[in-house]
Ligand binder design. Structure first.
Ligand code: GAP
Length: 428
């Protein structure tokens, strides 16, 4: 874990939020490679769960929502973690993650009674500050409050899914373990609206699709395990939950969740808002409130488990090297182009020409003429660039093309310049 955290900082993937002011606990910022990786993961997720599916529709809802939404959804009363506070130093701990519930592990003081701590972030709105809104604790409510809008404008038949990727905020008692438990994070999730009698079929269908996603994005699936969450541990809205857990360096913990939310949310919102949120089945001439299957995937935990799965060390040319074996589809840089030597203008010129050609095609392409070629390979290995193209004397003198090096094996092959784009395209 320390190696991954240190690489992330050193190579501009992840920085502590507001670091120059000492950092804000539970927040992390992405640097240039982190932002690129984050974006590629979201794009691949959208492709996997939205555009490649037949009946999935994206929305993008506000992160600020009124108190009424959270009262109806049950979050103001039920979205809590058990907390204990030290009577002496006033440090607060998650009661369910504290071994000794009597003695403070920081100062040795006496711990108080266990209390339920609500994780919602209130925000005072308007010039008088009297209106309370909340930063959304889950993005799902955006899908529920827009259910009727989408139904009325798109005239959809069941089953269909409403999905979004966006920020969620939780006032976690004890943020920890890098990107694992934070106070602000992106969620990628959808509500799949169904007829109630079909819930088991669609629960299984989306479970299978989540496994395919795990493999596609490059999370080591040997480290992922399903957990049937017992009734007493399920969220207040769920009738069945299966968690996907990952073997992190700090233990086996939740990666993703899949829940059968019944028609709890739509029913609650219909009764609290007075708006009819039912669906009319034209064929069966039946009116009912649809039920929901909800696959929910934390984007930060995806970043973390992708990084942990991709991190590798091996020995190459007698040296230990570190590399990130990202799937090419999510690698921040798809390909790097080098002139063999910096001080040979004909090599630099040709390399620049190839760089421009590849950049036009793939966007995230790097050019590097700094230091010896071995160092340049190592730099790209460390940020997970799957291919490095080198222009050497043969390229110019014999017109025999360029070398292309594979990140994982270090093997190079010579290919013609005209084949480069199709070669790289076939691998990403
Ligand atoms: N709409 C359902 C929902 O939000 P959840 O289990 O509370 O369910 C969904 O959260 C996912 O969000 C989790 O499976 C995890 O991937 C991620 N997640 C939850 N809390 C998090 C936190 N504090 N920091 C980072 N990711 C978190």
């Amino acid at each position: 874990m320390e190696k991954v955290v240190s690489l992330c900082k050193r190579r501009g993937f992840v920085f502590q939020g507001s670091e120059i002011y000492g950092g804000l606990s539970g927040t992390w910022d992405y640097g240039p490679y982190g932002a690129e990786l984050a974006h590629n993961i979201k794009e691949l997720w959208w492709k996997h769960f939205v555009t490649e599916q037949e009946n999935m529709f994206g929305i993008s809802s506000s992160t600020l929502m009124p108190e009424a939404v959270w009262k109806a959804s049950g979050h103001l009363s039920g979205f809590t973690d058990p907390m204990i506070e030290c009577k002496k130093c006033h440090h607060r701990f998650r009661a369910d993650q504290t071994e000794d519930k009597k003695k403070c592990s920081d100062c040795g003081g006496e711990l108080g009674e266990e209390k339920a701590f609500n994780m919602m972030f209130p925000v005072s709105m308007g010039s008088s500050g009297e209106d309370v809104a909340y930063l959304r604790g889950e993005i799902a409510q955006g899908m529920f409050v827009n259910f009727k809008n989408v139904l009325d404008t798109m005239h959809l038949d069941l089953p269909f899914g409403l999905t979004q990727i966006g920020k969620a905020y939780r006032n976690e008692i004890a943020p920890r373990d890098f990107l694992f438990r934070v106070r602000e994070f992106d969620l990628m999730e959808f509500e799949y609206f169904i007829r109630p009698e079909e819930w088991e079929k669609y629960f299984e269908m989306w479970k299978g699709e989540m496994w395919r996603w795990i493999e596609r994005v490059g999370i080591n699936k040997d480290l992922v395990h399903e957990l049937e969450v017992p009734a007493e541990d399920r969220a207040h809205y769920s009738k069945r939950t299966v968690d996907f857990e990952f073997d992190y360096p700090f233990g086996r913990k939740e990666l993703y969740g899949l829940a059968y939310r019944t028609n709890y949310d739509l029913k609650q919102h219909a009764s609290a808002s007075g708006v009819d949120l039912s669906y009319f089945d034209e064929d069966k001439k039946e009116k009912f409130i649809p039920h929901v299957i909800e696959p929910s995937m934390g984007h930060g935990r995806t970043m973390l488990t992708v990084l942990l799965s991709a991190y590798k060390e091996d020995e190459m040319n007698g040296e230990v090297r570190t590399y990130l074996a990202f799937k090419p589809s999510i690698a921040p840089i798809k390909c790097a182009v080098f002139p063999l030597l910096k001080n040979k203008p004909e090599l630099v010129e040709k390399a620049r020409e190839i760089y421009k050609m590849l950049k036009k095609e793939f966007g995230s392409v790097a050019f590097d003429d700094n230091g010896n070629i071995g160092k340049r390979y190592r730099r790209q290995d460390e940020i997970g660039t799957p291919f490095c193209v080198t222009v050497d004397f043969e390229t110019i003198e014999k017109n025999t093309g360029v070398t292309i090096r594979d990140r994982d094996t270090g093997k190079q092959e010579r290919i013609s310049i005209s084949e480069l784009i199709s070669y790289i395209r076939s691998k990403i």
